[in-house]
Structure formats: C-alpha cells, structure tokens
Design a protein around this ligand. Structure first.
Ligand code: NDP
Length: 285
C-alpha cells in the first residue's frame, strides 16, 4: 500500500486565493506586522515567507527586523506601539526570541484582539474552551487539512506526540472538541511505539528527525508530520535538507495518508495566519 500524500501546498494555495477574493471586496486591506529579533536563519526565512504570502493575498504587510541585542523593554515598547496603531490588525512576534527576552512576557503584552498567532493566554484559553476565534495557526491548519481530506475524526483514536503550548496541547484540544479519543505523548512516555500504533490519526510535533518509523504506525493511519528539522546534506544546495519527525519513505508504505515535509503542515500554518489576520481585521471593524 502506498499512502495518499496530503498536499498542504495545494490546499493552502486554494485558501490563500479565497482570502484574496475576500480582501479584494474589503474597503481597507487587513494589515499585519511581523516582528523578528536577531538573525536566526530559520526565523528569517519563516518571517519573510509570512510577509510575502500576506502580500500575495492582498494584505498590508510589514516586517520589523530588530538586532539580537534588543532589550525586552525595547521590544515591549514596540509591541505596545503596535497595539495602539489602528492601521495594524495583526501582530506576530516570531518565536523563539533570544534567551534574554521572555517569550511569554512578550506574548502576554500583545493585544489579544491582534494576536494572530493565537498564543496569548486568552486566545489559548478560548481555544481550550472550544470558543476560540484566533486559534493557534499550526493546529488550526492541521484541522483544516484533516477536514479537506475528509479524514473521519469523531470516535477515532488520535495520538499527539509532543506537548508544546504552540502545537501539541492545542491540537489535542481541537481533536477532542471534534470527538476524537486523544492521547498526548512526550519525552517521558514509556514505550512510545505501543501508543502510536493505536492511532488512527497520528500527529508528530517533536523536533526529532525521523523519530516515527514505519513500525510505529497503524496500517492505514493518517499521519501528520509537523516537524521541521535541518539535517546536514552535502548534496543539497544549502548544505542541509529539511526533514520531518516521521521517516517519510518508510511510513508511506504503511500509512493511509501522510503529509510531506516540506509541503504539508508548513504552508497551512501560513494560510491560517492570513485567515486569522482577516478575522482579526473583521472583528476590529
Ligand atoms: P517543542 O520543542 O516545544 O516541543 C517538543 C515536544 O516533543 C515536547 O513536548 C517534548 O517532550 C517532546 N519530545 C521530545 N523528544 C521526544 C521523544 N523522543 N519522544 C516523545 N516526545 C518527545 O517543539 P514545538 O512543538 O514547538 O515544535 C515541534 C516541531 O514542529 C519542531 O520540529 C518545529 O520546528 C516544528 N514546527 C513546525 C511548524 C510548521 O508550521 N510546520 C510550526 C511549529 C513547529 P517534553 O515536553 O517532555 O520535553
């Protein structure tokens, strides 16, 4: 058996097009400001991709790039200014921040109505209650992939590997709200394979290259690979390759459907960022 490849790039492009059409009918295009602190190459690529895609959808998009030595106070002042700026509908501060700045203090300072990443405690709380509008982008994108691919959720066994506040915990909540029976695994889980093998839907959000191998997957399962890991590859133009948390080649012979890396969850995260910015702009209007 060879798994259906879930094409996140294609589904994200369709969502972007429908957002573009909605924006074209608006009096004023929504505006997003992406803030990047430091020169982490991966963060730089992510923020540029977000900015470019938002522009493609017809949004006003601005990137503020700050030096790595920016103090927490300076960053808080910038967020406060953006909170008060009526032309800004969405604020995204790219994580992780340099070690001398507290991620959680900065996130708590963002106006929840402009928190298009959905990571402010108010938005995470509303997501947990099943009443969120600004739902975290990656989990929201995963749910949209499952819906678009008509993957049954109610009553099935879902296993989430990873318990971060950004991906693992919220995706587990969203699956639970749609009546899946959910298990969350983490680094202290004993005999991980015996748990993952029970999953009809398996979500890997770990950050360990190829942790999930074919023998850990139930035949026919839907496998969503959130991981983005850089591994050295002398034959690649940049000297590294991007791989997920799932051994894709092995897994595709067992799974029923699987997301590739890149081209699976990543583009959906950006599409959901745009959708959240649109929702934030509509709500603020
Ligand atoms: P975190 O580092 O915050 O969390 C990783 C989680 O994995 C933790 O809960 C950790 O457990 C668990 N874990 C680590 N090692 C193991 C193991 N051997 N077995 C089982 N569980 C383990 O990561 P994130 O959630 O932020 O990101 C996860 C991955 O997803 C990364 O590769 C990241 O780059 C990617 N990502 C991709 C996005 C996209 O749009 N495609 C968006 C966001 C993230 P414990 O809690 O016990 O430490």
């Amino acid at each position: 058996m060879s798994a259906q490849i879930i094409d996140g790039t294609k589904i994200a492009a369709q969502i972007t097009e429908s957002i573009r059409e909605r924006i074209a009918r608006m009096e004023r295009a929504p505006g997003i400001t992406v803030v990047l602190v430091g020169d982490d190459p991966a963060s730089n690529v992510y923020t540029s991709m977000k900015e470019v895609n938002c522009r493609k959808a017809g949004m006003r998009s601005e990137k503020i790039a700050l030096p790595a030595q920016t103090s927490e106070g300076e960053l808080l002042a910038i967020v406060e200014r953006l909170n008060k700026d009526d032309s800004v509908d969405g604020i995204l501060v790219q994580l992780p921040l340099p070690k001398h700045i507290s991620d959680s203090r900065i996130i708590r300072c963002i106006d929840p109505a402009k928190d298009v990443d959905g990571l402010h405690p108010i938005n995470l709380g509303l997501t947990q209650l099943g009443k969120g509008t600004l739902v975290p982008c990656t989990p929201k994108g995963i749910m949209r992939l499952l819906t678009e691919c008509r993957v049954p959720i109610a009553g099935v066994r879902a296993v989430v590997v990873g318990r971060s506040n950004i991906v693992g915990k919220p995706i587990a909540q969203l699956l639970l709200h749609q009546d899946a029976t959910v298990t969350i695994c983490h680094s202290k889980t004993r005999d991980l394979a015996s748990v993952t093998r029970q999953a009809d839907i398996l979500i890997a959000a770990v950050g360990v290259p190829k942790l999930i191998t074919a023998d850990m997957i139930k035949p026919g399962a839907t496998v969503i690979d959130v991981g983005v890991n850089r591994v050295p590859d002398p034959s690649a133009p940049k000297g590294y390759a991007l791989v997920g948390d799932v051994d894709f080649e092995g897994a595709r012979s067992v799974a029923g459907a699987i997301t590739p890396v890149p081209g699976g969850v990543g583009p959906m995260t950006i599409a959901m960022l745009m959708e959240n910015t649109l929702l934030a702009a509509e709500a603020r209007k």
